[in-house]
Structures are given as structure tokens and as C-alpha cells.
Design a protein. Sequence first.
Length: 58
Amino acid sequence: MVSSQSQPTVNPSLPEPKFGFNAYAEKLNGRAAMIGFVATIAIEYFTGQGLLSWLGLI
């Protein structure tokens, strides 16, 4: 049986949310995580000890 209702032809244009889970926030969070990961690896490489021992936590 074929549906008698037609599908909409225009998609609504919604504004990008200012906060929460949006594309900009996710990109920024990912970039910050990559910088932090590389910085941690660099600290371990140059000091010869792990991050926790470098911070004095172990």
C-alpha cells in the first residue's frame, strides 16, 4: 500500500546552538585533547620519567 502523505520538500534552517554538543565545541575539545596527549608524551620523553612522577604524585 502506497502512503498518501507527501514528504516535505524544504528542510528548516535552524541556528547553531551557542553551547552544548555542537560541531565547534567537539572540534575544540578534540584539538585540546590532542595537544595534551602530545605534551604528555613530550614530557615523558624529555624528562625520562612518567607524568605522575614528574608531577611528584608517585
